[in-house]
Design a protein around this ligand. Structure first.
Ligand SMILES: [Ca+2]
Ligand SMILES: [Ca+2]
Length: 362
């Protein structure tokens, strides 16, 4: 009886001795499955409370505590595309605690559109990444509290999670984003079980180690109005010159010439479409006294990120001294090569040339 009374008094005595706010005195009950309660923000803790679970299947491989974690090459990053990763052959056997080399020991980086995201039942942030050409794959940012402290990925996972939290409040239903991102993460083959956005071969970036929302850094179009009076920032092939017949300003870029030329002459530039940009446009004027089967103006736009080439000005042969505009869609963050082309069949009687001006993205 005496002992019980004493035990009951201990907290009261301690409380009296240590003058701390009562809200600090009550211990916070841990969330189920939460191994490292103190890590992460309050927002994150709240979100984990919604689910309260860490993953199970291949969780060690997903978070870098598997038997092969030391084989992950964290010293280098391999630039790739969604199309490349989704075309890898699906493994016939997926080990539970080992890595499929080299894919699962490689840190990949790719540009994509983040279309949707949500908080998964295993506390991962589930990101759907789309290349704009019909290919998707999943990126997952684990909850740092679900990552073992021995993982060489832990600090990067924490960083990626913070980067995502700085921009979005993630809940357990899908939300649309549709923004360009540059994502870095470790390759991972998941079992196929109908995941939203899953690649046909089950490839994911899991864990995601970095999320960059600002993909500006690109050069955009430089000297698109040719007002430097030269081809600064452009690459030229064949017969080209600066013309004083301009759509605006004083100069334009001319491909081909008033004397016959042989085949394609081109003015090209490689650029990265800045964020918030969706359209490339330019003006052209063709001097074509021939027919379109022999001479023409054309333009192609190669998306170097996706690996596709689009003809944005189909072969054109007109001769009415009129400026015409061409527009094409571009995906922010993607690298492009624009080629402005004049084709002449080298016949002396009907030489064709084309002027190009005011090339821009907006
Ligand atoms: Ca100009
Ligand atoms: Ca001709």
């Amino acid at each position: 009886m005496k002992r019980r009374l004493l035990l009951a008094l201990v907290p009261l005595i301690l409380y009296a001795m240590v003058d701390i706010p009562s809200s600090y005195a009550a211990p916070i009950p841990p969330f189920p499955g939460d191994k490292q309660l103190q890590r992460g923000s309050n927002v994150e803790a709240d979100q984990e409370a919604l689910n309260g679970l860490c993953g199970a299947e291949r969780w060690s491989v997903k978070t870098g505590t598997d038997a092969d974690a030391s084989l992950i090459n964290l010293q280098s990053t391999t630039k790739t595309t969604i199309a490349t990763l989704t075309s890898l052959p699906a493994p016939s056997n997926i080990p539970l605690n080992n890595r499929i080399q080299p894919t699962e020991t490689t840190v990949f980086q790719l540009n994509a559109t983040l279309t949707e995201y949500k908080l998964e039942a295993d506390s991962d942030y589930h990101l759907i990444l789309n290349d704009g050409a019909g290919n998707t794959l999943i990126g997952e940012i684990p909850a740092p509290s679900c990552v073992g402290s021995s993982s060489p990925l832990l600090s990067s996972i924490q960083k990626a999670r913070s980067e995502f939290d700085a921009r979005y409040i993630v809940t357990n239903s899908f939300q649309a984003a549709n923004v360009p991102v540059t994502i870095t993460g470790v390759g991972f083959f998941d079992f196929l079980h109908g995941q939203t956005g899953v690649a046909p071969n089950g490839i994911e970036l899991h864990a995601v180690l970095d999320v960059q929302f600002s993909t500006v850094g690109g050069s955009s179009i430089v000297n698109g109005d040719f007002e430097t009076g030269n081809f600064n920032a452009w690459t030229t092939i064949g017969t080209t010159s600066i013309s004083t017949t301009a759509h605006s300003g004083s100069y334009s870029g001319q491909a081909g010439g008033p004397s016959a030329t042989n085949g394609d002459s081109s003015i090209s530039q490689t650029f990265t479409a800045p964020s918030a940009v969706s359209t490339l446009s330019f003006w052209y004027q063709v001097y074509c006294p021939d027919t379109v089967t022999s001479d023409w103006a054309t333009a192609t736009l190669k998306d170097n990120t996706v690996g596709t080439t689009t003809t944005i000005l189909v072969n054109t042969c007109t001769n009415n001294a009129t400026w015409m505009q061409v527009s094409a869609n571009v995906t922010a963050g993607d690298s492009y090569t624009l080629s402005l082309i004049n084709h002449d069949n080298n016949s002396p009687g009907d030489p064709t040339y084309t002027l190009f001006d005011d090339v821009k993205v907006n």
